[in-house]
Ligand binder design. Structure first.
Ligand SMILES: [Zn+2]
Length: 458
């Protein structure tokens, strides 16, 4: 624990709010400078272009970017040593460049990086696979990323810095020994109330809801599962909300259909999904019609192999740690080229984003069942389930942890659930159902519905 953190923990709450706001103002200086506003303006105009005009701009940006990497990163200079970089003249030439993966970047990180750590913004990849990577973004990269994100939100009516937002995240804002039921801090710099994901227990939930009603946010963002927990509580207890947000923007977790429906029902507004990893990947965002579009100004997505959904990314906002044809580990399915969206925006449509690699469970035959499908198996216990987690340590065994509302939960639900799982995973899979008072969260504060430990043991 740092000195500042221990000072924070010992301070009164009003002072903690002040510290959160000051750090917010300092962060804003690196996020909302000249480049941010210029990029917002650019994106505004970019949206109105035709697809061909957009592709041309994407191509120009791509060529600039690989030349930058070649000149400034000794890793790429070496990697491209047999390639005439001047022969890369159009988008299709991208295939001439070799593919890079996480291990290559990690093992050569100092040669990959084009800037010093000092003065750069760090991005950390999720450590679920045990391979954590710190990438560097220049302040300009960071500003462009913030501009992209805020532009996406503004398309559906939310203006960042002007409107109020409630954020559920994994920041340590509540000291461990705090007695008061005050699980939020206010960042005045962004009109943002930050709610701690670590303290979202059934007993604390009513304090969160009271505070949301008092704060009256215009949008809710952050951890999807945390929002679903709150929404589930509001619905089970039939609590009336006194505010009407314009949108909900979940981040960094795979959305489930049932969770999305729950949020939209409870908060009375639409949920807009986005894809952009902390490594600095290009963006895919949902438009007003809730259709996923590739943000062509942010980078390039390619299929890893024919007949594979896995993608390679080239991201224009990774000048510090350039990612070119990078195997990020995510999968997407793209719509055919001639489908146009009802929203009128002319850019490629993504049909689905599959979750992170570990976001699935194995059947007894070794097939993968993805997170969305697993979530569906819990559908038939109306409102009785507070939270569930599925854990797979061995191929033929799945443990289900259940946190239930004891007043509504019926004993026969266990059997029903086991049936559903056996049906999906095969009779060869052993299903253990355990009832617990509280399913622990990850260190990051995120809640994981699926913990697949099979791969990491190999
Ligand atoms: Zn659209």
């Amino acid at each position: 624990m740092g000195l500042l953190e221990s000072f924070y923990d010992k301070s009164p709450i009003f002072f903690q709010n002040l510290m959160v706001s000051i750090s917010g103002y300092l962060r804003n200086r690196t996020r909302y400078g000249k480049v941010y506003y210029e990029h917002r303006e650019f994106l505004e105009k970019f949206d109105k272009l035709t697809l061909n005009e957009k592709l041309k701009i994407q191509e120009d940006k791509f060529i600039d970017f690989i030349n930058y990497a070649y000149e400034n990163s000794s890793f790429y200079k070496e990697l491209y040593r047999d390639i005439d970089i001047n022969s890369i003249k159009q988008m299709s030439d991208i295939k001439k460049l070799p593919i890079v993966d996480k291990e290559m970047i990690r093992a050569n990180i100092n040669q990959v990086n084009t800037v010093e750590r000092m003065g750069a913004v760090e991005g950390h990849t999720g450590g679920t696979t045990g391979k954590s990577l710190v990438v560097l973004m220049t302040p300009e990269d960071m500003m462009k990323r913030m501009a992209m994100l805020d532009h996406f939100k503004s398309r559906v009516g939310f203006e960042h810095l002007k409107m109020k937002r409630a954020t559920f995240n994994g920041k340590h804002i509540v000291p461990p020994n705090q007695k008061k039921k005050n699980f939020w801090r206010y960042n005045a710099a962004c009109k943002q109330m930050i709610y701690s994901s670590f303290h979202l227990t059934e007993a604390n939930m009513k304090f969160y809801v009271e505070n949301l009603n008092k704060f009256q946010p215009d949008a809710i963002d952050g951890f999807f599962m945390s929002m679903c927990d709150v929404a589930g509580y509001i619905e089970r207890h039939n609590i009336k909300l006194t505010f009407n947000p314009v949108a909900i923007f979940p981040t960094s977790e795979t959305l489930t259909d049932s969770g999305r429906e729950l949020l939209e029902r409870v908060f009375g507004c639409k949920v807009y999904d986005q894809y952009a990893s902390s490594e600095g990947a290009p963006f895919v965002t949902e438009c007003e019609k809730q259709v996923l579009h590739v943000e062509l100004a942010s980078g390039v997505f390619e299929q890893f192999e024919e007949n594979s959904d896995e993608v390679l990314v080239t991201s224009f906002t990774t000048h510090g740690t350039p990612l070119i044809r990078y195997r990020i580990g995510d999968s997407m399915t793209f719509d055919s080229d001639n489908t146009r969206c009802m929203c009128g925006m002319d850019s490629p449509i993504v049909k689905a984003i599959q979750g992170r690699k570990l976001d699935f469970l194995y059947t007894s035959d070794g097939a993968k069942i993805n997170g969305g499908n697993v979530a569906n198996l819990f559908k038939n216990m109306p409102n009785a389930l507070i939270r569930a987690q599925t854990i797979q340590d061995e191929m033929n065994e799945i443990t289900i942890l259940l946190e239930v509302d004891k007043k509504i939960y019926k004993p026969e639900y266990d059997e029903m659930l086991e049936d559903e799982f056996l049906h999906k995973f095969g009779k060869g899979t052993k299903i253990n159902i355990k009832h617990v008072d509280e399913i622990p969260r990850e260190q990051s504060g995120k809640f994981r519905m699926i913990k697949n430990n099979v791969n990491s043991q190999k």
